[in-house]
Design a protein around this ligand. Sequence first.
Ligand code: DGY
Length: 384
Amino acid sequence: MKKLIKRAKKILLGNRRENYTLPTNNKLYPAQWNWDSAFISLGYSYFNIELAIQELETLIDGQWKDGMVPHILFHDKNTKYFPNHTVWNCGNKIASSGITQPPILVSVLKQILDNNKINKEQKNKVKKLIKKIKKYLEWFIKFRDPKNTGLVSILHPWESGYDNSAIWDEPMSKIQVEKNLKYKRGDIKVVNAEQRPLDEDYDRYVTIKNHFKRNNYNPKKIYKISQFNVVDIGFNSIFLRALKDLVILLKNFEQNFSNLTTYIKKSEKKLIKLYNSKKDTFQNYDVRNKKKINVPSITNFFILYADLKDELFNKNVIKSLKKYNKGNKYIFSSIKPDHKSFEEKRYWRGPIWINCNWIIYQGLKNKDKFFSKYVKKKNYRINK
Ligand code: DGY
């Protein structure tokens, strides 16, 4: 364990740039990514609380005037990443992408504050952060759930963080790819193409992105016209948990939260309906094409992380989770191995992701102590 912590520290500090940290130290991701940054901050908090707060401050510095926090911040303009800052051509104080990512930073911040004592100066910093984070979550309610249904949409697979997950196969197959698309992928020069999304995926990613750009990333407009509009269980679970954690933070910092509680109740009711315990199926929803999506992805189990107040429901979900990777050496594969879309090595179509395991563990630990311990132990083994 000590060795593992030493290695983790070394990697984090090695990936650190001025006031922010790269998700990897190679050429694949030479910028600051929204949800990666939150996990990075959590890592720092175990040995340097200042760095932990700074990582989140830098992320929030990229916030747009309307409240959105972009999925990528391009602090360094001199990189070979595609799509880079000129391709997106947007941002507020910092050049950025024009879409967002799961707002896990809220719950990470709460966890950091639960586990650490902070001084007065740090408290002031956190107070400022919380105000901006509130604006960020309100942005989701306003622009990603304009009909106030209780569930928010994502408008690009990159917004989920699980880019080429099989959950998106159906909605992505409907995208009308732009004619004469011209772009060059940078990722497959750095990583084996067998482990990355396909060219046809990229054509669609770029098409959606270009469409948003032509509409100046206007949040109201792109919700209406986007070719991709999906209500995803994993994303909504992170969002609901973020709202709940934010309310606690706002209370602790004596700020107003009353406008969030009605939405939380609505969201709680809606989310629970997306799992059918009799059939043991999760149902994501393709809003654009009005179709249900049935793909066994580990991200569906993030519903445990949402901490829904229904013991029987949670029990059934855990029962299903126990069968998910039954007999497999490692847990949890991004897609269930017996599903037709499973590909052992391709990015989000099979490989295990440590952040998913962490989310699942956090969702389990107050519901099934024994199983949560098992998950934690198995998780450490991956790193050996
Ligand atoms: C990438 O470039 O692979 C990223 O995941 C997009 O955010």
